[in-house]
Design a protein around this ligand. Sequence first.
Ligand SMILES: [Zn+2]
Length: 553
Amino acid sequence: MIESTVTATAPPFSFNLWREPWIRVTRLDGQAAELGIGACLAEAHMLYALHDPSPLVVAGIHRLLTAILQAIYAPESLDEIEDLLTAEHFDPARLDAFAAQYAERFDLFHPTAPFLQTGDVPLDGWRKPEKAKKGESQKTGIAWVEPKPVAPLFAEVPGTTYRAHFHHITDEDHRMCPACCARGLVTIPAFASSGGAGIRPSINGIPPIYVLPAAKSLFQSLALSLASPGYQPQTIDERRWESALWNCDTIIKRDGTMPAVGYLESLTFPARRVRLYPHAGQERCTQCGALSKITVRNMLYEMGHHRDVSAGVWDDPFVAFRHPGKRGKRDPAELLPVRPQAGKALWREYTGLLLTSQDAEELRPKIIRQIGRLIDRGLLNDMPFVLFRCIGLRTDGKAKVFEWLDEALEAPPRLLVDPDGALVVEDALRRAGDAEQVLNFVFNLHFRPEREQGKQIKKDLVRFKTLRDRMQTTFWERLAPEFHQLIVAAADPAQRTMEERAWADSVVRIGGATFTEIADQVGDRADALRARVEAQAACRRQLYAKRKEWFGE
Ligand SMILES: [Zn+2]
């Protein structure tokens, strides 16, 4: 029964990710296409970017392609990255050599060495073994595990525990084509989060924001993602340098602790022990709607590998960090990855995510530090902006997923290498934060009916809280276009000082106008009217006082 799938002749199930199309891309002319890994890398200079309805898939594929290129090129220095950028395409001979050696390991349904899955479970592992003694399969000696529906491969598809009522499909009804399965699988290394007892997150813990270079072509974006030795995680184990998805052990252990991790394997870290169970017969994929001769309904899906937590935080080169403590009381072991925050616009993290700081230590992603060194060498200076695609998944730190984040941040190349310019941006953001505090303070002081009138006004309390939230959101939304102007000016020493004042004026103006508008919605009762007029005046007064304070006037 199982023997037939292991014979040397062509296996009945095969979907090789190197050759079969599954990666969605946009070409430079705007056309959409689906490609295998081999074509995607060979044509990368003619492609604009990865494109997928799910940004998590984009980040997952970006990391997979980066791992492959990192293995092929293994740049020893910035010179080598510069040479590659100058070549303007990936070397077909090197891609072919890699494929000749490893392409077989990219088969989704390989009988014993399946891509990003465990090879010790047969393809028909969904079938409960006959004559099994206490759940032991005689064939493999591995305890048989009840198959799970394929839905959990996608964070946005409600799974077993968190099925939404409006989602009119049950877990058992999902049928996924091999391409969709692959797209789901590659999100696991970067985004697997905690999920109930014994289910731990992947190598970066609770998913952080991944900052990915997004340049003129997919080639350039990927070339800029290669890390020379000084810009790789300090936490890698050099002895595992060669170790990667395509040459490592074919077995993913259940809840296996990894005391040491190499860089290549970190990019495709098998945080889940998965085995997709393929079924033959033409069916429509419930994820993408395509007809497929092979579909997957269920799979083995359980806790896979995790990195030994005592080893500290993994300093992924695409992740920014922050210190939880105050300056001077910083413990490197306490570094925290920058993660998405509820209701906080991404550009407010601009300095932490992209810029060099005044401190001796840099906490922005290592890959951006390396891009900074390339800019110092005169590269990328022909571009008005360097773009970074920031992708994240906001969770409650456990199994609950709230939303994903997919936004681009742009930076004039010069700003990435100029600590003085960074300081201007940092000050600007801090001042906007000061102004927001003024708005909140005045709002709370003047519109707090619940304090005086007891519990009867509970409804008002809720309404005002909503108004206050809207005030904060509106304030930051209106500042966003001004921020774009600020970063352009911050990159230019001649414009900086004037722009600092212009920004402060905008902050005061927008803060005052936003407060006035929101206060107008508090209500028209006589007491509210009076509170409103007083509050609006107080807000304006305090904002002007802040402005004086900023410039020591
Ligand atoms: Zn599909």
